[in-house]
Design a protein around this ligand. Sequence first.
Ligand code: COA
Length: 367
Amino acid sequence: MATIDKYFPGLDGVIASETAISFLDVEREKIIIKGNDLIDLSKDKEYIDIVNLLLEGSLPSTIDKVKLEEKLSSNYDVPSELFNILQLLPKQTHPMDGLRTGISVLSGYDENIDNRSLNKERAYQLLGQLPTITVNSYRIINEQQPVYPQKDLSYSANFLYMITGENPTELEAKIFDRSLLLYSEHEMPNSTFTARVIASTQSDIYGALTGAVASLKGNLHGGANEAVMYMLNEAKTVEEFEDILREKLLKKEKIMGFGHRVYMKKMDPRALMMKESLKQLCDKKGDYMLLEMCEAGEKIMVQEKGLYPNLDYYAAPVYWMLGIPIPLYTPIFFSARTVGLCAHVIEQHENNRLFRPRVNYIGEQYV
Ligand code: COA
């Protein structure tokens, strides 16, 4: 039987691309984005700083930021027919599938779809439109009226306002913004790989993003944040949560929110930042239950499996305490990641070679 080369299941450890966008320096616990550490940036920068960094290559000045906020808010609107299309979706449709449909629909409205040089402008357009599509796909599927953006709020404050229907406090807006920043870009996860594979056929950015939504929906990837919250909600006390985890481990089930292909047996540095945000929310609300449950879970997983939390483990309780409906957790992750995905699609198109790997054939013998 022909064996072409060494096979790495799940492409574990395989270098799939050269990129100047980002790199997980696991040893030094840094997430490098265009030469900057995302964890350092998360301490005093905002999501739109990262948008500028990823799409323009540098951190923005104060004036650049004002202009960028204006640019994003000028792109909030979506074709009105899009809402009519979302209305036709069956009521059990997950908002990720609504989002996938919504992004797919946008391609038909792009009169210059074959002009790849407009992709950066498209990225800004998509970043503006994504919160509108994300929130309204959820609302329309749930037979609620669409909600419209408030252009006088910042990008993230408006996103959170559209989700909850209330103007967020400064702390809430800041914490939500940090979650978007931490989700913005993360080297070569499955969804980014998917987007680059699609882009490598010279397909368009909408198609690449549509594929990435499907990839990110899975529990082993972005879907984990929703799964974590459903698991936390199964328990009413710390002890109950510990019992649930121990039982799952006995049954050899995977515990959502733990483990990572790249960090493996190390803590995802983004999780630490989100845990800090969770603590701030608990302090503000005087309710420490979710933090205590999460910390107890963390202890069990380290002791029993040597596994540490990833970002989704702490993003889930943060979103819960911000009053965000669980089915929106993964769509929010995707919206935040859109900027990273667009940067990768642009880079792929700029220096393209078609992805076309081979297989180890283990089927029937042939002559
Ligand atoms: N809970 C329990 N066991 C876990 C685990 C988890 N969350 N994550 C990994 N493991 C175990 C596996 O069961 C496997 O054990 P085994 O060798 O005894 O069979 C071993 O660790 C390796 O796991 P594997 O799934 O092969 O690693 P991977 O690199 O392919 O997967 C993830 C990485 C992220 C998919 C995996 O850790 C996982 O499923 N985590 C939960 C989902 C999640 O939180 N996803 C978000 C990622 S950011």
